[in-house]
Design a protein around this ligand. Sequence first.
Ligand SMILES: NC(=O)C1=CN([C@@H]2O[C@H](COP(=O)(O)OP(=O)(O)OC[C@H]3O[C@@H](n4cnc5c(N)ncnc54)[C@H](OP(=O)(O)O)[C@@H]3O)[C@@H](O)[C@H]2O)[C@H](O)CC1
Ligand SMILES: [K+]
Length: 483
Amino acid sequence: MYIYTSEQIKAADQLAEKRGMSTFSLMENAGCGLYHAICPYLSTNQKLLIASGKGNNGGDGIVLARYLKMAGFEVDLIFPLGEPKTGVAKQHLHYYEQCGFPVEEWNPNQTYDVIVDALLGVGAILPLQESLVEWIKWMKSMKATIISIDVPTGISSNSGVVDQNAIKADYTFSLHGYKPSRFLFPSSHFYGQVEVVDIGLPQKSNWRVWTEKDVQKSWVKRETNAHKGLFGTGLLIAGSHEMPGSAALAASSAMRFGIGKLTVNTTQHASAIIGPIVPEVTFLYHTYEELVRSEWKNRRFTCAAIGPGLDPTDDLEKLVTYLLKQNVPLILDAGAIQSRSYPRGEKPIILTPHPGEFSRLLQLSTKEIQENRIELASEYAVTHHVILILKGEYTVIAFPDGTGYINTTGNASLAKGGSGDALTGMLLASIEGNDCVKAAVLNAVYIHGVCSDEWVRKYSEHTFVSSDFSSLLPMICKSFEKE
Ligand SMILES: NC(=O)C1=CN([C@@H]2O[C@H](COP(=O)(O)OP(=O)(O)OC[C@H]3O[C@@H](n4cnc5c(N)ncnc54)[C@H](OP(=O)(O)O)[C@@H]3O)[C@@H](O)[C@H]2O)[C@H](O)CC1
Ligand SMILES: [K+]
């Protein structure tokens, strides 16, 4: 499912018009599609209100009102901001009236079971005008079910910004595709349950949601004559005296997710903890300086991950600089996420910041990051030619070619120490097990989330710990394998 900015929606409408599909027809498709999508949530004994604005979002409301009236629903159509201003909305209002349907006056004493918010869509410019605020306050006092068309009124379409009087919908039916604010913060929490309504425009956008079907299609099944050399010889530089567990979690997830061989460079103390948890790995005990000097050439590592459980020091930075020159896939996590430049090599460089780390990288507040996760991640990925995985609810995965994806798996049980370490391990394995870099990265993020979803299906979200990935992965991975 694709994601469109308001500018992309406008461009799509203009192109459609140029090709002979009028906005009048698109609005008809929108209203008709909305009717079919919303109907299952309604019953004819409910009293419905459609509140239409002056733009085309309001126009969609007019078409929906006609379909609902024709189907026998008890609907009042009102214009709290005055009658439509756009040509197409006016045309649809004319047809609505010609069909014999009335426009009502707003009556604050009337009660409603369902209110359809067709006030503002992608054309909204925040903050909300005073004239709307009073009406929205009344609407909220109604305690009706609220259905928003396209976007809830009072939230931005492209960013996570929310007006203090914004409508919090129970359901939002978005037209043509998702809008970025569906996956940004705090706006996403105003959408309620979201469905996309197709309006007959070709689907084209460089951003979309990665789905279960995508994972199934891109899942690589092993050949019967496979050997460990085919699935990577990884170097994981992680774990310290204080944080040995981070290396254990990354290593066990990498092994479970299919890496061929893994060496962990860590401290003697950490290895005593890691070894019993992941007996499959081998160890190195080098300083960063020693690693730079010799090990890479001798060992022929094919991929590397660095950062879990490490502090950002000058020596670590020198090692990262060295690793960046080795032309192998490289994952930079936790202590290895720092501001620096990146070479434009052919092997992927993957950064996995959480919003706090990304905020330090960009010198922006976490609020600014969360409001603009998609745009900022994409800008960073394109400018620095890296793959940027911005973790959190609706993890954003931005690629250097300007494309990007939203991950919708995972839940609050992942908000616990160690879940990022597990993801780093899974990424390391995935990148070696799939020739398609995008699919490798996206599948690791998707399945990481599915593990926690599977957990909360059976157990309390409070109780998930990152060592559980190890026992969940066998079952979850099996479910994606084609017979
Ligand atoms: N391809 C598609 O997806 C299609 C979607 N459609 C629908 O069209 C809207 C976008 O319609 P548009 O007319 O561009 O914009 P809106 O209806 O969202 O808003 C414009 C009107 O809103 C007023 N406005 C803007 N900001 C505020 C505010 N803060 N407070 C109050 N009023 C506001 C604005 O007023 P002006 O005085 O500035 O003129 C406009 O009147 C999209 O979301 C879909 O629902 C179409 O059906 C076609 C295809
Ligand atoms: K709306």
